[in-house]
Design a protein around this ligand. Structure first.
Ligand SMILES: Cc1ncc(COP(=O)(O)O)c(C=O)c1O
Length: 389
């Protein structure tokens, strides 16, 4: 077994050496000028990349960013419409219910499908929803939500739009202002390629207006954006100690995003997605998302008959790739492979090779090298805008 398999789960994603060495620098004091400048820069870059009105960079996890969005958007007793394509969509419902917010959940007919825009429109016409949540990519099913087809109904309804970009931001287009997103929920360990440890939250002007007008208590003190925004304006001020080493690493990670260019990075993810999907087809695997709904950032694949979950994943790890099992209703039936962030072509091909070998050792017949060849054919297509990674 290799000492360190490629981390090919859908987050955390492989972390480049320059980000790791940024993380290992001596810990700065959070009021120290050198740190304040770095913190200010990360907030500024994330504001610019997402098109947010204001941006919150807090220590935590993606789930905390989800909770921050929900409790700042809605008061107890208000109604939330959850568009759920899997476990992470459902998580919004659980969070809201834990804060006394009334939830209606819209789900597709089967795992791998998406809620139809017309069903969303009908639900919203009932009226009375203060906010809608959409999970850009639900990491449990691999479904890429058809966000733009939902926007007209959401905009007509006047509800705030909360978009979970945890498995998308930095790898898939999600322009906050153009889409009318009020809260963009995200984190560091997926398409941004930085270690975990952050709750990242883009906030629109309209969202801030609603939060400021809320009179009752907000469900959370650490989660209250009004406690964070003064620090985001003046990162030398104190609200809660930021994870300083991680912020330095995030700064380096964002620098890599800027060096590559967001558009080129999004193009690269599109191509990586196509390459991996080509590999899986060549290996005779079936993806959970319906055609056209496959996310560029990860694949969720059904096990062929006779291939057992734990045995397959330990074989893949022994071959050099750590892949993830299924979660939620797909547990035991699928495996998940991340292909986002700063992953390289070589790593992607090695992951496909490991999956091929693991399938063969679990008794699923594969033509040796066919997955790698299919992925390589897509990765080798000449596209001027994609850097030679
Ligand atoms: C789409 C999505 N939303 C939210 C989360 C929660 O993020 P975290 O695990 O950082 O709390 C995840 C985690 O994988 C996710 O994939």
């Amino acid at each position: 077994m290799p000492a360190r398999p490629i981390v090919a789960i859908p987050g955390p994603t492989p972390v480049r050496a320059e980000i790791l060495s940024a993380l290992a620098q001596p810990t700065l004091g959070h009021p120290q000028a050198a740190f304040v400048e770095i913190y200010r820069r990360t907030i500024g870059v994330l504001t610019e990349l997402t098109g947010a009105h204001r941006f919150v960079v807090a220590g935590g996890a993606g789930t905390l960013a989800m909770e921050m969005a929900v409790v700042n958007a809605l008061s107890p007793g208000e109604r939330l419409l959850v568009v759920s394509h899997g476990l992470f969509g459902d998580r919004f419902a659980a969070i809201a219910q834990s804060h006394g917010i009334e939830v209606r959940r819209l789900v597709p007919e089967a795992a791998g499908q998406a809620v139809r825009p017309e069903d969303l429109a009908v639900a919203l016409e009932e009226g009375g929803f203060g906010a809608v949540t959409i999970t850009h990519v639900d990491t449990s099913t691999g479904v890429l939500a058809p966000v733009t087809s939902y926007l007209p109904a959401v905009q007509r309804s006047g509800a705030l739009l909360i978009l979970d970009g945890v498995c998308a931001t930095g790898g898939i287009e999600e322009p906050m202002a153009a889409w009318g997103v009020d809260y963009l929920v995200t984190t560091s360990q997926k398409a941004l390629g930085v270690p975990p440890g952050f709750a990242l939250l883009g906030v629109s002007r309209r969202a801030l207006g609603k939060r400021s007008a809320m009179t009752g208590p907000v469900g959370g003190y650490y989660s209250d954006v009004l406690n964070w925004l003064p620090v985001m304006e003046d990162p030398g001020a104190y609200f809660a100690t930021p994870p300083v080493n991680l912020v330095v690493a995030l700064d380096r990670g964002l620098e890599l995003v800027l060096e590559e260019g967001l558009e080129r990075r999004i193009d690269r993810h599109r191509r990586q997605g196509r390459a991996m999907q080509a590999a899986w087809r060549a290996l005779g695997l079936t993806a959970v998302p319906a055609p056209g709904l496959e996310a560029p950032t990860l694949s969720v694949l059904r096990y062929p008959d006779g291939v057992e979950d734990a045995a397959f994943r330990s074989a893949a790890e022994a071959e050099g790739a750590l892949v993830a099992g299924g979660v939620g209703q797909l547990k035991g039936q699928v495996f998940r492979v991340g292909h986002m962030g700063n992953v390289t072509r070589g790593e992607l091909l090695a992951v496909v090779a490991a999956v091929e070998c693991a399938l063969a050792s679990c008794g699923h017949p594969v033509e040796s090298g066919c997955g790698v060849a299919a992925a390589q054919a897509v990765l080798a297509e000449p596209v001027a805008s994609v850097p030679g990674r």
